[in-house]
Design a binder for this molecule. Sequence first.
Ligand code: HEC
Ligand code: HEC
Length: 503
Amino acid sequence: MYKLIITLLCVVTLTACRDEPSAQSEQLPEAEVDARADDQSGFSQILDSPLSESSSVKKWPNARFSSSGVIPEYLQREGDVELGRKALLEEAYVSCGIPERVFRQLLPADNAPLGVDGRHERAEGLPYNFNVVTNDDGLSIVTSNCLTCHATKLFGELVVGLGNEFLDFTADASKPVERAGALVQGDAEIAAWELYADRINTIAPYIKTSTVGVNPANNLTFALIAHRRANDNTWSNQPLLPLPPTDVPPVSVPPWWRMAKKPAMFNLGEGRRDHARIMMAASMLCTDSFAELEEIDQYAPDIRAFIASLEPPEYPFPVDTVLANTGREVFDRTCSQCHGSYGDEHAYPARLVPLDVVQTDSTLVDFALGDGVPYIDWFNQSYYGQLSTAAPGAGYVAPPLDGVWATAPFLHNGSVPTIGMLLESTTRPRYWKHAVSDLSDPESYDQQHLGWQHDVLDSGKASAADVAIYDTDLPGYANSGHRFGDHLGDDERAAVIEYLKTL
Ligand code: HEC
Ligand code: HEC
């Protein structure tokens, strides 16, 4: 066992153990992208890679693996950044929703919702996270867009791409839809509402989290997959695959600007090959035919290009540059082999770090390689799998740390409130809750440890009603692992933290 860990550590930390190329080996000329999709060779190349993790093979006998180590680059379809932003805020990639007339009636009369600049007049007065589109019956409907989870109001300004870590998915998602149902009138409105209500009711039990702030997106996708046929994307009222657990594993929403560097999407590096096609999975709620998917696929590369063009917000508080320079040295010595280096000569190694090495909560990995295998197979056989591949690794990707100051709480499950605590594992709270509910006040930020103000608690959830408490005793919520900062002295740790402010 000891030897195995050493070998794995070699693979992920010491490039000298094995001379690996820096993430460039899978570059393809553009013309080959399509051909490759047809023969599925990308699929087999990724999934059939040798399984070095023999302990993992035993633990997950049915898993579809991708190996750990450096994730290869893949040439993405080109897109137009400006058109992408427009598509994101105007198009019907989620094609069902609430009739616009009813939606506007339900908006609070007294305070104007936070909008977003530069979109068509039809969206005037709508919150930034809703698009207004016309459905097949010619009815204007309001649909929720990607920014529901992928934007946050930070110190008074909307930051597109910053994951919203304060959303509340603890309530029953079908309740607000019911309220809208009381107001619909006429055949077209009733039909639109019925379709939407039907889909939301079907998935509601699988997207209800036990804690405010964590995200159910993975489970949401699995629940929808269970109701869709892979061969033609049509919907089945009866589930065709086992449904995901109703104990929703918590996930923290990663910031979009990381996609400028990441060759694979998601925490387990499972989003391989064409990212635009993978992002289209967010259409799974109501998009019921290939024809509809083909329409979305026309502009999906633009959305991808927009996402990859985003830059992190700058750290808005003072930085001690002398201390930060010392921090850079410590970082380059202890962190950069996994997280890359920054500045003019930046490099990102895109490492998938085996679970045995990172030792953070294993729930996502256990599921993806165990009970989640039917969803992986579905994806790879579906429209999405024509250009992309779902290939989860037996570990977690070490993300780029650009703008990491803004992305608290930390780790894939958002279990650690500050970077200070992440880098000194004995200080991580077993039970805690946010002390702020929105991020308008600069005082809500902890400049010493990098994270949002929070309260450390003596006990965990006494009942399911304690939705504000982050209880690390719950399955999926553990704050273990990533002890790579533990051996640092206090001065070194403070210096690394100062340096992280500058990324
Ligand atoms: C319900 C919330 C939600 C919505 C809506 C949503 N996402 Fe996400 N998104 C997530 C979560 C959570 C993750 C992280 C999943 C993981 O890695 O396990 C994620 C991951 C991603 C990533 C990968 C980021 C990375 O660093 O690997 C991209 C890109 C992305 N989403 C794009 C989109 C786009 C485009 C849309 C709309 C078409 C969208 N998302 C809609 C919650 C959401
Ligand atoms: C052996 C590889 C490795 C080393 C060394 C390493 N990390 Fe990490 N780091 C990871 C992985 C993998 C994750 C994601 C783990 C997860 O989410 O479960 C991560 C996550 C993080 C995160 C959280 C990102 C977020 O948004 O949630 C921060 C911050 C971070 N590391 C900083 C550091 C610093 C600073 C050092 C050096 C003291 C360091 N890491 C050393 C692999 C490493």
